[in-house]
Design a protein around this ligand. Structure first.
Ligand code: MLT
Length: 240
């Protein structure tokens, strides 16, 4: 298995130009988009449609009566949306059997950027063991780990998750980016909360009163779900 790691939004912006038809992509946005997606599906959401912009979100909702619209800008719920981007909002009572249109600053953009990949999996610390089991069985020739980042920048917590997944997979010769995420995982793999709490995003969330999200998103391998996006829609997940 050849494993490639993409660490920044600038690299993600180039992915739609590549032929990813033979690639399995895993998108990580630990704080918080992919943690939200896993949690919503865990709590029975019928589907999630990640979209890149607010305009697209409103237009998609216009064509899908009964759907919920969710996500964030600057970390906060958008005016008129049903939910923000805190996984704690996505309770069973709130989301069971509902279709959710989801837009965030980086996570949903990264998912859209790899929409043409052979398979697109949703990753976070929450589902690392399940993801690894899934990939050990699928054994793709080319695996692309996409760290969504934050605004224009690299994010420590996404690199931690990518490194954690690599550590759970059979030996693969690492690229330099793979070596970096491996080192981050060696340093913080046993202390995920410490890593997330000290990251730029973690501090930002604590500063806007969303510190509980940081603790929730640190719960490594607490979910057995491996959500997959097909034709732009994430449906209830495959179990490992
Ligand atoms: C993103 O997609 O940039 C994030 O999930 C941001 C956040 O949740 O605050």
């Amino acid at each position: 298995m050849k494993i490639e790691v993409v660490l920044t939004p600038a690299e993600i912006a180039l992915l739609p130009q590549r032929d990813l038809s033979q690639t399995h992509a895993v998108v990580f946005d630990v704080l918080r988009a992919t943690s939200v997606i896993i949690t919503a599906l865990q709590h029975g959401a019928a589907s999630i449609r990640p979209v890149a912009t607010l305009e697209e979100a409103w237009a998609t909702r216009g064509g899908r009566p009964g759907s919920l619209i969710a996500g964030e800008r600057d970390g906060l719920k958008v005016d008129g949306f049903d939910f923000g981007n805190s996984p704690l909002e996505y309770t069973r009572e709130a989301v069971a059997d509902r279709e959710i249109i989801h837009t965030t600053t980086n996570g949903t953009v990264a998912l859209r950027a790899v929409a043409e990949a052979r398979r697109v999996l949703v990753g976070a610390l929450l589902n690392l063991d399940a993801l690894a089991a899934f990939l050990r069985s699928a054994m793709p020739e080319h695996l692309l780990l996409v760290c969504a980042g934050s605004w224009r920048w690299f994010s420590l917590e996404d690199a931690l998750a990518a490194g954690g997944l690599m550590a759970r997979l059979p030996e693969a010769e690492p690229t330099d980016a793979g070596t970096v995420v491996g080192l981050i995982h060696e340093r913080y793999g046993m202390e995920p909360y410490k890593c997330l709490r000290s990251s730029t995003n973690g501090r930002r969330l604590v500063n806007i009163g969303l510190g509980e999200d940081v603790a929730f998103c640190s719960r490594t391998s607490s979910s057995a779900l491996v959500p997959e996006m097909r034709e732009g829609v994430i449906l209830p997940p495959l179990k490992s």
